[in-house]
Design a protein around this ligand. Structure first.
Ligand code: PLP
Length: 286
């Protein structure tokens, strides 16, 4: 039984409750973050905290009182649940007014709902999937146009994972106007020679915290980085491909729409980037 955090209280998971009028439940009016834990410490907490604040601001959502203390709340949940490797999920919604209404509630009377819980994942860093690589299919990107805000509107990404599952693969890369945007819950990359290619930032993709770190480490390791769109055909002809996210770190992609990428197994650059990312992130984990 997990101990979770709801609106200022640490409770057993089966005692934690949120109103049926909560705007997260009725309108998907909420934002979230997922921070990974390695060696009992938080990976890139500052990056996640900064993006969370940006998501709140972009949606005119009031800042919850606990916002400056979220590091302590994360640490307390890690401690209470004895997490060595895993994730902390955090969600903030616009709160629960007295009734359902499209108009935002008055922030004076309706305060945000804040929920955090842990996901224990022993072996997260030493994942067998990273040794094998994952396979992806391409699907049309049918999400809303503000994907830079990390909202809880995850129905299309969830449908995308089901399409991947039905196709017997691990995930889907979404395509818009002929170019890859990102994976259902990760950023997408290809490698051609010594160059790492990943879509430029904009409203079309989530600005991954892992993406920012990996691109920084790649440049420090003298690799070339090109932030631009690429197509599925380009990915199929690339030397390597991979994805990044807080929970998968750097994960090699070995097949795109049934075509092997490079040698059809995890490539040296993706493997090296995964190693660098894990080593460097562990050094500065909080
Ligand atoms: N893109 C999407 C659509 C995501 O949902 C995620 C993570 O959940 C990412 C990218 C990767 O972001 P991060 O590295 O911050 O986990």
């Amino acid at each position: 039984m997990r101990t979770v955090y709801v609106n200022g209280e640490y409770l057993p998971e089966n005692e934690a409750k949120v109103s049926i009028f909560d705007r997260g439940f009725l309108m998907a009016d909420g934002v979230y973050e997922v921070t990974s834990v390695l060696d009992g410490k938080l990976i890139d907490f500052a990056g996640h905290a900064k993006r969370l604040e940006r998501s709140l601001n972009e949606l005119d959502m009031p800042h919850p009182e606990v916002l400056p203390d979220l590091l302590e709340v994360h640490r307390e949940l890690v401690r209470l649940n004895g997490i060595e490797e895993g994730m902390i999920y955090l969600q903030i919604t616009r709160g629960a007014p007295d009734d359902r209404d499209f108009v935002f509630p008055d922030p004076e009377t309706t305060t945000p709902t804040v929920v955090l819980f842990t996901q224990n994942k022993p072996g997260l860093a030493n994942s067998p999937a990273a040794k094998k690589g994952i396979k992806v299919i391409s699907i049309q990107d049918q999400r809303w146009a503000r994907r830079d805000i990390k909202t809880v509107q995850l129905l299309f990404p969830s449908m995308g994972k089901m399409m991947a599952k039905a196709a017997g693969v691990d995930d889907a890369w979404m395509v818009e106007d002929g170019a890859v945007t990102e994976g259902t819950s990760n950023n997408a990359y290809i490698i051609k020679g010594n160059t790492i290619i990943t879509r430029h930032l904009g409203n079309e993709i989530l600005h991954g915290i892992t993406r920012a770190a990996v691109l920084r480490f790649a440049q420090e390791a003298q690799m070339k980085v090109e932030e631009r769109s690429f197509t599925i055909a380009e990915a199929q002809e690339a030397d390597e491909a991979f994805i990044t996210s807080a929970s998968t770190f750097v994960m090699p992609v070995v097949e795109v729409d049934g075509v092997a990428v490079g040698a059809g197994k995890p490539g040296p650059v993706a493997e090296r980037l995964r190693e660098i990312y894990l080593d460097e992130s562990r050094k500065v984990a909080m």
